[in-house]
Design a binder for this molecule. Structure first.
Ligand code: ATP
Ligand code: MG
Length: 89
């Protein structure tokens, strides 16, 4: 499993936009992708709510749960328990 971290203290610099685009691009390459949304604003999670397509999954996670969430993703082949679709395309 590959993990890409997108972090910037400054607001409005494109973190959410970049994360979403990378995840969609991965799914289009037939890779299974999950966005772990650590932002209390949960913008990526709200985007998931509006998206009709099955992938990518987005999990809204408190920072203290990041390590456990990554471990679960690794174990499940980047498909955590709450993943919204059963199998990669
Ligand atoms: N490469 C880009 N070119 C032009 N506009 C962009 C680009 N990336 C993001 N934007 C726009 O910039 C704005 C902020 O982007 P985004 O919400 O992704 O930033 P963010 O870093 O996640 O913000 P926040 O700190 O509030 O979470 C949005 O209106 C988005 O559409
Ligand atoms: Mg954001």
């Amino acid at each position: 499993m590959k993990t890409i971290v997108i972090v910037s203290q400054k607001g409005g610099t494109g973190k959410t936009t970049l994360a979403i685009h990378l995840a969609v691009a991965a799914e289009r390459k037939r890779l299974s992708a999950v966005i772990i949304d650590l932002d209390p604003q949960a913008s990526a999670t709200a985007w998931r709510d509006l998206r009709a397509a099955k992938g990518p999954a987005v999990e809204s996670v408190q920072p203290a749960r990041l390590a456990a969430t990554l471990a679960a993703a690794e174990k499940a082949g980047a498909r955590p328990r709450l993943h919204r679709h059963a199998s990669p395309q």
